[in-house]
Write a protein that binds this ligand. Structure first.
Ligand code: GRG
Length: 294
């Protein structure tokens, strides 16, 4: 998808400038933060924020700071997710994980650093737009809430406790997916609505798309853990079953999980009806996930 590549290249460039422009940070912390941030993720969440701003008639060039903040938060969650106290993983984005290279303590700080830096960037972005202050602060609230205890962190908490206590079924799976994965799509997309000055009906539709996209994406991720290749994914495979994780494959089986991907694709496409022709990028994005290998 060319548009996806173009948006991702813009995000990459902006992140690089941010990392290079960091001042007053101990070199070790700066290096550890940059190690994971610049390791070549797909940049899906910031790309979707920018594309949504454009779709709604806003200026994505003026939404790059919130987009970078979203990617920093996402990367911070990956660093923490890989820690020995969580998923205990050694490979991410095709590289040894942050704690393998820098040690556990420094990796915790690198994750914390990216999370805090994202908050700082969002606040500064709002202050730099006095004419749009309320909408920019609302966008900031969406992004931070999506990542926080009611969002990704809450989902991760439930995921971890189900795994540790060897419990949970469909209900818990739905909650885990919503919190851990969907909220990092729903809220950055809704934030794009605020940034572009869209109305509640559009933010609602973006939220519905984000939820369906997130469920589709996480279920495909669960399938890739069984059927994918470590080389293409750049992360370990086969760990979910080994560690007794509550995944879509564990709950529904392989065929059931594949059906869930198809069902959520339909729901995501249906949510785009709100946007008519303008929704082309997001329609293509859903379809491009069909053959997803990484
Ligand atoms: C410190 C912000 C913070 C959070 C702590 C650890 C944690 C709470 C949450 C982990 C959430 C998590 C890792 C969810 C999985 C979502 C998922 C499918 C991630 C992979 O996303 P991709 O494929 O990765 O977009 P790339 O590398 O391409 O960016």
């Amino acid at each position: 998808m060319n548009a996806l590549k173009e948006y991702a290249a813009r995000v990459e460039k902006a992140l690089k400038a941010k990392v290079e422009g960091m001042e007053g940070v101990p070199p070790l912390l700066q290096e550890a933060m940059a190690y994971s941030l610049m390791a070549g993720g797909k940049r899906l969440r910031p790309v979707m924020l920018l594309a949504a701003v454009d779709m709604l008639g806003g200026d994505s060039g003026d939404a790059m700071d919130p987009a970078c903040a979203v990617e920093m938060i996402h990367t911070s969650s990956l660093i923490h997710d890989d820690l020995p106290g969580m998923d205990d993983d050694v490979l991410r984005r095709g590289r040894p994980t942050n704690h393998v290279v820098y040690g556990e303590g420094q990796a915790i700080l690198a994750g914390d650093g990216l999370l805090n830096w994202a908050g700082e960037i969002l606040a500064r972005d709002a202050l730099a737009h006095p004419g749009q202050l309320e909408n920019r602060v609302r966008a900031m609230e969406e992004i931070l809430r999506g990542a926080g205890p009611q969002g990704m962190m809450g989902g991760q908490c439930l995921d971890l406790s189900c795994q540790q206590e060897n419990r949970g079924g469909e209900k818990e799976l739905m909650e885990i997916q919503l919190g851990k994965t969907c909220r990092m799509f729903i809220h950055p997309l809704r934030a794009a609505g605020w940034l572009a000055g869209a109305g509640e009906a559009e933010r609602e539709a973006l939220g519905r798309y984000g939820e369906a996209f997130g469920r589709m994406f996480q279920t495909a991720d669960d399938l890739l853990d069984v059927e994918g290749s470590q080389a293409e994914l750049g992360k370990s495979v086969g760990k979910d079953a080994q560690e007794g994780k509550l995944t879509a494959v564990a709950v529904y089986g392989l065929e059931g999980a594949r059906k869930m991907v198809r069902d959520q694709m339909e729901l995501a496409l249906a949510a785009l009806e709100e946007f008519g022709q303008q929704g082309a990028f997001f329609r293509e994005l859903v379809l491009s996930m069909k053959g997803r290998k990484s």
